[in-house]
Design a binder for this molecule. Structure first.
Ligand SMILES: [Zn+2]
Length: 407
């Protein structure tokens, strides 16, 4: 219990919990000490001084005074260097103060001790991995976590650390394998993460020109998670790159039924292919079907662009008008409306549309927010750059101008 308690000292958010644990824990701890050593005579004073320092250290932690806590714990281990728990607490305190070098030295000293409990040694090894990671020594951190895993193969905390490092290093195959192991020991649905790992692996293969492997990986991602928007997008991109436009369109079309919030990601892609297509009917049908079903500004705008490219000026103006009715601040729609008007010789109307556009130029763009940690920004990420959770970022309804996406 004390090991767990001391281990949590680094987490200052748990202060109320620590206080509660302290009430029971301190009593138990000192009762134990009294039971074991209470009757011995000569080391009694030494133990008393050690415990006093330890207790003071705890009190300083509770009042968030890390410097004095470190001072007292150091005193405690100087009196008695056998108390591993105090070293663990010291290591955590140094880490939380940013003194990683000293934290690392303390972990190493724990690991090298003969006759210590294997559980304590493995935990110190894990802590060492966390310290290395914090110091930016990613490869050393990885090696250390892998060593923890050889001693404790089903430790999901370690597996999660390893997965995160593989993700950072873009070692997607290893990240995928690690997630599969995590899935073995943790309940819940892991398919969306596994699918993302496969898509990332597919993207890497595609970048290297290995289209057949990339295609197989995207397809595997879809069969792993039928709702993986990223997989449909990139399989569509791959088909488009290979000139298989019809297949590309049918892939992008799937996004509308999988998750309509992301359909807008398909529009720019559609535009880039239909100029090369012999038969554009599938695109037209797709856009019209969506416009009647979704009725969102991005769909109307995409349909307007399509009709304009086909020479249907009136149709284009009608659809862009609908887009602006739904989202009056959608600057892309406004700008496009101006473009249609100018190109069709309606200069006065164009001027009016542009004037309105200029007055709205400082409007915020489409924003995205992570439902897990709340991170907000103008870019869409499948994996949140802050909390690293997958599929937690989605557009937040801002009735203003359209944002761009890096996806
Ligand atoms: Zn997040």
């Amino acid at each position: 219990m004390w090991q767990t308690f001391l281990h949590s000292l680094v987490n200052w958010d748990l202060l109320p919990l620590i206080v509660l644990s302290l009430l029971g824990g301190v009593a138990g701890f000192f009762t134990g000490l009294w039971w074991r050593h209470g009757l011995s005579k000569s080391p009694k004073l030494r133990e008393k001084r050690r415990d006093e320092a330890f207790f003071k250290g705890i009190q300083y932690i509770l009042s968030d005074d890390k410097d004095h806590a470190i001072e007292e714990f150091t005193k405690s281990v100087q009196i008695d260097s056998d108390t591993v728990e105090t070293y663990v607490a010291l290591g955590n305190l140094y880490r939380s103060k940013g003194d990683i070098e000293r934290a690392i030295r303390i972990r190493q000293s724990i690991i090298l001790r003969p006759n210590i409990d294997e559980e304590v040694r493995v935990r110190a090894l894990f802590d060492l991995g966390v310290d290395y990671k914090k110091a930016g020594l990613i490869n050393r951190a990885l090696d250390t976590f892998l060593e923890v895993l050889t001693k404790s193969p089903s430790d999901t905390r370690t597996l999660l650390e390893i997965e995160r490092i593989y993700e950072e290093l873009k070692e997607w195959e290893k990240a995928y394998e690690t997630r599969k192991r995590i899935a073995r020991y943790t309940k819940g649905d892991h398919s969306h993460i596994l699918a993302h790992h496969l898509v990332e692996l597919g993207k890497a293969s595609q970048a290297l020109g290995d289209y057949s492997r990339a295609k197989a990986l995207y397809k595997k991602a879809i069969s792993t998670n039928k709702e993986c928007v990223d997989a449909y997008l990139h399989l569509g991109d791959l088909y488009a790159e290979r000139g298989e436009y019809k297949k590309a369109v049918s892939m992008w079309k799937k996004i509308a039924s999988v998750d309509p919030r992301f359909t807008y990601l398909a529009y720019g892609r559609l535009e880039s292919v239909y100029v090369n297509m012999k038969n554009i009917r599938p695109v037209e049908e797709f856009l019209k079907e969506l416009a009647s079903k979704n009725g969102d500004a991005f769909t109307y705008l995409a349909l307007s662009r399509f009709l304009f490219a086909e020479g249907d000026i009136e149709g284009a103006l009608r659809e862009v008008g609908k887009a602006l009715e739904v989202e009056p601040g959608l600057w892309e729609a406004k700008r496009f409306q101006g473009e249609i008007l100018i190109q069709s010789g309606r200069d006065t109307e164009a001027l009016a549309a542009y004037k309105e556009l200029i007055s709205q130029l400082d409007l915020p763009s489409l924003r995205f927010q992570c439902s897990n940690c709340g991170l907000e920004g103008e870019e869409l990420y499948w994996q949140c750059p802050k909390c690293r959770s997958w599929d937690s970022t989605a557009p937040v309804p801002v009735r203003q101008k359209a944002g761009r996406s890096t996806v």
